[in-house]
Design a protein around this ligand. Structure first.
Ligand code: AMP
Length: 253
């Protein structure tokens, strides 16, 4: 069974994000970029399913500039078998990525597609859901456990989802779309021998035009701004003064 994993190149989670001086977006020039953390979890899950003998081939896909090849090589070092870069210099919004992934789903016919629940740059949390709608496939978002059962051509996924107030378990026929939550697994460290092996794995490049997809942006970002700075705190001499301030100044009690 083939698995398709979507991996996005984003600002590294440990880098402090800076807004560009003109307020048009985040400043990503000369800063460390990495694979979106939820996508590392998605690759890890696909690799674990391959190690269990459920999955036979893992295809990693990244959409964006040529440097996304680095992200694909990381996915291959974790254990993906090959990579596809959908190269585009244009800004790709979730709808455009979902359309590109749909075109690849039609071409590659994977039994399941696994994505991160959200990319930590735009925090959109849209691509997996849009892909499920466009491809007309069942979806289970925010997965914290994935089990595949059934026989060839008749497989089902049992997915535990993290929802408000608890866990929900859904069963769906494959092919299906799954998005990962933080507790699904802990991705392995990438080892040097695996980084070397990944360099030799197949990496194909296609363009949105090759896939027949119009990626023109549909949304316009008006302004990006830093959150307001927190003012300095004050010290109160005793509990009575604290209660007085909460009551009469902050008016929260
Ligand atoms: P988002 O809807 O932007 O929060 O992204 C959700 C998930 O969609 C990410 O965790 C990735 O798995 C996938 N995704 C979004 N954008 C891209 C991209 N440019 N290339 C590959 N995968 C992407």
């Amino acid at each position: 069974m083939k698995a398709l994993v979507a991996v996005k190149r984003v600002l590294d989670a440990n880098v402090k994000a800076q807004v560009k001086a003109d307020g048009t977006g985040m400043d990503i020039a000369n800063v460390k970029m990495s694979m979106n953390p939820f996508d590392e979890i998605a690759v890890e899950e696909a690799v674990r399913l391959k190690e269990k003998g459920v999955v036979t081939e893992i295809i990693a896909v990244s959409c964006g500039e040529a440097k996304c090849q680095e992200t694909l090589r990381t996915a291959m070092a974790i254990g993906a078998d090959r990579g596809i870069l959908v190269e585009s210099a244009e800004e790709l919004q979730p709808l455009a990525v979902a359309k590109l992934l749909k075109a690849l789903v039609e071409k590659e016919q994977p039994q399941f597609v696994i994505l991160g629940k959200q990319a930590i740059d735009g925090d959109n949390n849209q691509t997996g859901q849009m892909l499920a709608a466009l491809a007309d496939l069942p979806q289970a978002t925010f997965a914290s456990k994935v089990e595949i059962s059934g026989t060839d051509g008749n497989e089902r996924a049992l997915v535990t989802r993290e929802v408000d107030g608890g866990l929900e378990t859904v069963s769906m026929a494959l092919p299906a779309i799954i998005t990962t939550d933080l507790r699904l697994n802990e991705p392995r460290y990438v080892t040097l021998p695996n980084i070397m092996k990944a360099k030799k794995k197949q990496l194909d490049t296609v363009t949105p035009a090759d896939l027949g997809v119009d990626v023109a942006p549909r949304l316009k970002t008006l302004k990006v701004a830093e959150p307001p700075k927190r003012g300095a705190g004050i010290k109160v001499p005793d509990v009575a003064a604290l209660v007085e301030k909460l009551k009469n100044e902050a008016k929260v009690i």
